[in-house]
Design a protein around this ligand. Structure first.
Ligand SMILES: Cc1ncc(COP(=O)(O)O)c(C=O)c1O
Length: 400
């Protein structure tokens, strides 16, 4: 299997578009419109221009010598944290806002967990002068309040969602409800490779710029355009999809993805969907879902708001099932430790989500010449309080 779904949006048996009747027209309109828009010369020109001049791409591929030495490999960090707004999410929102404008929509909605997708959406709405409404679980409004204030400053309305455990999954459900009430004028900018077809494909394509750049950056820096290993964290799967997009069919490249183990996959406090999930439908897509025996969605749990989701994008469900990707569950304490370690050894404070990818290094085995590219999906400014509150989990790095 490659990086593309079939014409109905299926990756193997995962994917599709399971939407209520009222959204059927919106979703089929988008299915018909998205490829002609993305493949048009005018879209490509404006999208790439904005990525360069507004987002600041290409993002650097940085040789992290000290961390590489510690883990016994040649480690390169793909620095999505250096993008405008501080994460990979803006690559996708730039593309989707151009689509929204092309389709004549005037109102934009989005869900957000860590707030990075909310900030990226509010940013592009400010840029294009569009009305912006963001749905965010009340738990996340509290733990990511800096991002909430950024969204408000950018002119967005933030709606705290108080259903369920008040995190990302509840925010998605509320965004879909809002979309059902405003199907005509509203464009839903989905923030990850999830949701009904064509969203997983749209988001993967928008993020594929990450692996497009890794190819030529590796060629320049190590003399070949592929690494031995790629490492990324997965919430819904967008930074991981972008990191692996152009390497999925290249068997020379090992792929390791880090999902959030929370307190551990053998506890009820986990967000490790690919370890603990079974087939089901969530937010318009057939995928792996953490659910009870009678099909009720279980609440996810992790220290990381951006990984706190009981589902996973259908592309990742299929890649994991086929054995193409290796999935590691990283617990909260391991992520906190890894976040401090990257900070102290390379001077890069990662987002708590990205720290899960960093923690994967300790669970992998390398030869000294192995080239490893790890995507730092976002910067850790939003997580400083979380790191400080949990510094007891940071082992030797927490002693100060
Ligand atoms: C910095 C960062 N990394 C990763 C993620 C997880 O999302 P995804 O799996 O779509 O990359 C988020 C989500 O909010 C995020 O903010």
């Amino acid at each position: 299997m490659g990086n593309q779904p079939d014409e109905n949006g299926f990756y193997g048996s995962f994917g599709g578009a399971y939407v209520p009747e009222i959204l059927y027209k919106c979703v089929t309109d988008l299915q018909q419109a998205y490829l002609p828009i993305i493949e048009s010369e005018s879209f490509k020109k404006e999208y790439h221009q904005l990525l360069k001049d507004y987002v600041g791409r290409p993002s650097p591929l940085y040789h992290a010598r000290r961390m590489g030495e510690k883990y016994g490999c040649r480690l390169y960090l793909k620095r999505e944290d250096l993008n405008h707004t501080g994460a990979h999410k803006i690559n996708n929102t730039i593309g989707q806002i151009l689509m929204a404008r092309q389709m004549g929509k005037t109102r934009v909605i989005a869900e957000t967990g860590a707030g990075q997708h909310g900030v990226a959406t509010a940013t592009v709405c400010a840029l294009m002068g569009m009305q912006c409404e963001i749905f965010m679980g009340a738990t996340d409004v509290e733990r990511q309040h800096v991002n909430v204030e950024r969204m408000r400053m950018l002119g967005a309305t933030v709606h705290p969602v108080t259903t369920g455990n008040m995190t990302l999954s509840d925010a998605c459900s509320q965004a879909i409800r809002d979309w059902c009430s405003h199907p005509q004028d509203t464009f839903y900018i989905v923030g990850s490779t999830m949701g009904p077809h064509p969203y997983p494909d749209i988001v993967a394509r928008m993020q594929s710029v990450i692996s497009e750049e890794i190819k030529w950056q590796l060629q320049e820096q190590v003399g070949r355009d592929y690494p031995d290993y790629l490492v990324a964290c997965v919430g819904g799967g967008s930074n991981a999809a972008g990191t692996i997009y152009h390497y999925i069919e290249d068997e020379r490249v090992g792929i390791y993805l880090a999902e959030a183990g929370g307190h551990g996959i053998d506890t009820d406090y986990t967000a490790a969907t690919m370890h603990c999930g079974t087939e089901g439908i969530i937010h318009g897509s057939r995928t792996l879902v953490m659910q009870t025996d009678d099909g009720q969605i279980k609440e996810a749990f992790t220290i990381s708001a951006g990984l706190d989701y009981p589902g996973i994008g259908p592309m990742h469900a299929q890649l994991a099932r086929s054995g193409r990707t290796n999935i590691l569950a990283i617990n909260d304490d391991e992520a906190i430790y890894a976040g401090y370690e990257l900070t102290r050894m390379e001077g890069v404070i990662p987002a708590i989500e990205s720290a899960h990818a960093v923690a994967a290094l300790a669970k992998m085995k390398f030869e000294p010449d192995d080239v490893v590219v790890l995507t730092v999906s976002g910067r850790g400014d939003k997580d400083v309080e979380t790191f400080l509150k949990n510094k007891a989990l940071a082992g030797e790095y927490g002693e100060f």
